[in-house]
Design a protein around this ligand. Structure first.
Ligand code: OSB
Ligand code: MG
Length: 388
């Protein structure tokens, strides 16, 4: 007897596993409206890997790889992830029947070091597929409880304090609930002081250093305590936990770790050593949504708030971030800016929008937005098809 079609198994809850038959890996180019500069590098056009998975019933899901072009945020890049997806993780997923998306992380991680952004891409696609097959929104499948999310913005390093003030003022006026300013040595205390004095004591401000400092800079970082920031994100090395703990002991401002939290174990280390009081969660950085949820739950049990970070995603990656950020302990506005902040035109419809500083969590099944396949075709620079 042949298997029932997926809509029947979804409706009647027949569990018989998902078998992926095809994986398409694509690279697209999507120019940013304006260059984005952080302490470790700048980007003007995003090279973005997308995957599309197809199961034996013909059900499909898209997901996005958040790796950048250069290995400055993570060792993972567009090109290493392309290799990892097409050589290792794609074939492994094609060769295995899985019952639930929660099994994919272990499947892809077995015997593997690193390449979390590539693993996360397929892991997220499987969550998107499971939500679609089950006829429920991804947020519901993940355990989300919020219908509307507070939106934050991440402002790249600006040439002068005045330019940063202008950007931050515009962001506040357009409704953003949290304003993150990128800093580096030489563009820090003076820039932040100018913004605080221009925007007033109530403005929800924070900074992100992307590893640009060392403990030798402790005195500079202590001066940031004067500005009542919500947090200082990842001041020290991308692999460091212990020095962040030493720094946190002499700072009033909470530290938030981003790059250093690559797994549930690292989050546990941070909490145990008191190396930070807040965690930025990005599913791509930790190998997918299962690990992201596990970190969310661990932090919740220790009263550590979390928020959803961003990697300049297109509308596809944003869908996964938004669904994740609807979980209860995401109590701080995420870096989930609307499509128009990044792109002239996004690759999903409807585009992601913000009203009064809030973004709605989609209620449609699956990732909740439709993917513009024609536009993706127009933007594609290479495609790899993998079959069972
Ligand atoms: O550190 O959070 C970061 C973008 C690229 C690499 C690292 C980071 C960022 C951002 C962008 O801050 C946030 C966004 O997607 O809007
Ligand atoms: Mg960061």
């Amino acid at each position: 007897m042949s298997a029932p079609p997926f809509w029947i198994s979804a409706r009647f809850g027949i569990r018989r596993g998902v078998h992926i038959t095809d994986i398409e890996v694509r690279e697209i180019r999507l120019p940013l409206k304006e260059p984005f500069r952080i302490s470790s590098g700048a980007v003007t056009e995003r090279r973005i890997l997308l995957v599309r998975i197809v199961d034996a019933d013909g059900c499909t899901a898209w997901a996005e790889c958040v790796a950048g072009e250069q290995p400055n945020y993570s060792a993972d890049t567009v090109d290493t992830s392309w290799l990892a997806l097409s050589q290792w993780f794609g074939p492994r997923l094609l060769g295995t029947q899985v019952d639930r998306a929660t099994e994919v992380d272990a499947l892809l991680a077995k015997g593997v070091h690193g390449h979390r952004m590539a693993r996360a891409t397929l892991e997220m696609a499987m969550w998107g597929l499971q939500a679609k097959r089950s006829g429920i929104p991804l947020s519901q499948l993940l355990g989300g409880t919020r219908a509307d999310l507070e939106v934050g913005i991440s402002i790249g390093i600006q040439d002068s304090p005045a330019a940063l003030v202008e950007r931050a003022r515009a962001a506040l006026a357009s409704g953003y609930r949290r304003i993150k300013m990128k800093i580096e040595p030489g563009s820090d205390v003076e820039h932040v002081a100018a913004v605080r004095s221009a925007l007033g004591p109530a403005a929800p401000l924070m900074v992100d250093a992307n590893n640009a400092y060392s403990l030798d800079d402790t005195a500079t970082l202590q001066r940031l305590d004067d500005f009542d920031l919500m947090m200082i994100e990842q001041p020290l090395d991308h692999e460091d936990i212990v020095r962040h703990a030493a720094l946190q002991r002499v700072l009033r401002t909470p530290l938030c770790l981003d790059e250093s939290i690559t797994s549930l174990d690292r989050a546990h280390d941070m909490i145990t050593l008191r190396a930070g009081r807040i965690v930025n969660i990005k599913p791509g950085r930790v190998g997918g949504l299962s690990a992201a949820i596990a970190i969310h739950d661990l932090c919740e049990s220790h009263a550590i708030p979390v928020w959803c970070g961003g990697m300049l995603e297109s509308g596809i990656g944003r869908a996964y971030n938004v669904a994740l950020a609807s979980l209860p302990n995401f109590s701080i506005a995420g870096d989930i800016s609307p499509s128009a902040r990044y792109w002239e035109r996004d690759i999903v419809s409807p585009e992601w929008t913000m009203t009064d500083g809030m973004m709605s969590v989609p209620s449609a099944p699956g990732i909740g937005v439709s993917v513009d396949a024609d536009r993706i075709d127009d933007l594609t620079v290479r495609t790899r098809m993998l079959h069972r």
